[in-house]
Design a protein around this ligand. Structure first.
Ligand SMILES: [Zn+2]
Length: 591
């Protein structure tokens, strides 16, 4: 992660500035008015307020944007904050009027000040869990993964579970490992190694024994137990079958879950985020968020989507109704549902056969556990729904479903429903996203991570509607960008770089992968700030830097608008210097 702790020396605290608690200044409207002193003041920033209009569908900045032949220019230098809200944005000199003896002053020394970043699709407990697990991200060979598991086994008493995560089931799909070497090297500990995107797990013999998975075990609908010629499980479970092994793990205590959630949220604060949208909270996770909110321990804002597969939880919330109080740190007015699987493991539902597996079209809808009736009821009750759809059939059927709910309940159109991933879309379906007032919730990292195999799955034609951010913009579909962590690195500099270049961390491929689908640096920042705020109904309170809005602010050491348009590779070198939520500095901790 590209986040470094800022050195404290650029910061200064004013001890004795203006006398008195209230200053009088002449306002432009005439007459004198009392100005309340600020609790805190950011000075000497390259401040981009994002209060100008949206760019055109082709990315051209609006006429009132701070952009000219010389490129981007900040449109302010200073921000004053009081009682959790912004009270002034403008020049350094004018900002002095808000400075009093008790004002904490942050001289950001030319750093860039942006509206607070939002990651609009995360699995926060997963991030926290990864901080505890054997890390297999970046591992490309079976032997390497096995050696890491063997090393972990040496540290643990026999019989204890070894949980690993991060091997790339998309990249490994044509040569899945089996349990032979793993069982030989780690015979006395059950081992479960989860795939990067949670669509495959790999286990050793002891783990399969503990889970009771044998040649006789049948895979659940929408899942596969990979078996050899003799019908014996090889050690790999796919899609819905992954639960068979995960169910054998010791249960997670509430205490452990809470510590994972906090670890995950703290990592996000350090990465510059002021809010996350949790993409699937079950009853235990909702309980954890509620406890943390009640005890005022949520460091940043949490917009929680209820887990659609947790039926008792949904029924409980159907009674309660959506929580629309956005002044609290936790907002619960949204439901997450899965329509189909993932592309890498060929679970995404396609209109035609997979190009690299004739006769196979993936799995979706009721077969994948999508409860049409229950999800329709939540829409009718005023919840926003956020539906995971990856394949072109998965997306089309999700659009059909939403359209049918609008026909029966026209008021359901008012809730900015989202399609999560919207990964492979048939050319004739883009316009339907706009016609149905949907938000496309997409992950710039996915494009650059999947590029090596995505075209194998769908071929040269369908790939043109894949990860198609520019087509969405051109069609008038609102976007929000996110990481889908822990499946992808949530580092916003990586996300911005992927969005603007369609190149990976090694700057491959040169020229970008289907570069016609890139967005501009301005669009990318908007998709992580003001557009993300809109996708959670919060744009009246946040997403731009202006007097009256929440003081949710991210400060970084590079200017993403300038770097993104002049030397985009430099985006990867950015780091976060300050994260502020409701006027409170949540990163670095020392504040
Ligand atoms: Zn997700």
């Amino acid at each position: 992660m590209n986040v470094s702790r800022s050195s404290p020396d650029w910061r200064s605290r004013s001890g004795h500035a203006a006398a008195g608690l209230v200053l009088c200044v002449a306002l432009a409207c005439g007459g004198e008015s009392e100005v309340e002193l600020a609790d805190s003041l950011l000075l000497n920033g390259r401040v981009y307020t994002f209060t100008w209009d949206d760019p055109a569908p082709d990315g051209t900045p609006a006429a009132n944007a701070p952009f000219d032949a010389g490129g981007w220019h900040p449109d302010a230098e200073a921000v004053a904050i009081r009682d959790g809200r912004i009270v002034f944005v403008g020049g350094n000199a004018e900002a002095q009027a808000y400075r009093g003896g008790g004002t904490q002053v942050y001289d950001v020394g030319g750093s860039t000040v942006l509206p607070g970043l939002v990651d609009s699709h995360v699995h926060i407990a997963g991030l926290g869990a990864n901080l505890e697990r054997l890390d297999l991200t970046g591992v490309t060979e079976e032997e390497q993964a096995v050696e890491l598991a063997a090393a972990a086994a040496e540290e643990l008493p026999a019989g204890e579970w070894i949980v690993g995560w991060g091997w790339d089931e998309g990249a490994w799909a044509n040569r899945y490992p089996d349990n032979r070497l793993l069982s030989e090297r780690v015979p006395d500990h059950p081992v479960i190694l989860k795939g990067l995107h949670s669509f495959a797990v790999w286990g050793n013999r002891l783990a399969f024994e503990r889970a009771g998975i044998t040649a006789e075990t049948e895979a659940p609908t929408g899942g596969e137990i990979v078996k050899d010629r003799n019908g014996v499980p090889t050690g790999i479970l796919l899609n819905n079958a992954t639960d068979l092994l995960e169910a054998a793990l010791p249960p997670l205590t509430q205490e452990r879950l809470e510590s994972r959630v906090l670890a995950g949220l703290q990592a996000m604060a350090a990465a510059g985020y002021v809010a996350v949208h949790e993409a699937g909270a079950d009853a235990a996770l909702i309980q954890t968020f509620e406890n943390l909110e009640r005890e005022a321990r949520l460091p940043l804002r949490v917009y929680a989507m209820l887990q659609g597969s947790d039926e008792p939880l949904l029924r409980e919330w159907l009674e309660r109704g959506p929580d629309r109080d956005i002044e609290s740190m936790l907002v619960t007015r949204s439901v997450k549902a899965f329509h189909d699987g993932a592309l890498g493991s060929r679970g995404a539902q396609m209109l035609d056969d997979y190009s690299d597996m004739p006769g196979h079209r993936g799995v979706g809808g009721a077969e994948y556990g999508f409860d049409w009736e229950l999800i329709a009821r939540t829409m009718e009750a005023g919840f926003q729904v956020c539906i995971h759809a990856i394949g072109d059939a998965g997306n089309r059927r999700t659009l059909d479903f939403i359209e049918s709910v609008y026909q029966a309940h026209p008021e359901a159109r008012n809730y900015r429903h989202r399609i999560e991933h919207a990964q492979i879309v048939h050319p004739s379906d883009f316009a339907r996203f706009a016609a149905l007032d949907l938000v496309a919730s997409m992950e710039p990292p996915h494009a650059v991570e999947d590029k090596t195999w995505a075209e194998d799955r769908v071929g040269p034609q369908r790939i043109k509607g894949a990860y198609a951010w520019r087509t969405m913009r051109q069609t008038g579909v609102p976007l929000t960008f996110n990481s889908d962590l822990p499946g992808s690195d949530h580092d916003v500099f990586y996300g911005l770089h992927a969005a603007v270049t369609r190149r990976d961390k090694d700057l491959q491929p040169e020229g970008g992968w289907y570069p016609e689908q890139t967005v501009t640096p301005e669009e990318a920042v908007r998709a992580y700030t003001v557009w993300a705020a809109r996708s959670a109904f919060m744009e009246d309170e946040t997403g731009v830097l202006a007097a009256g809005k929440w003081a949710d602010i991210t400060v970084m050491d590079i200017d993403p608008l300038v770097a993104g348009s002049t030397e985009p590779g430099g985006l990867l070198n950015g780091s976060i210097t300050l994260t502020i939520v409701g006027g409170r500095v949540i990163y670095p901790e020392a504040y």
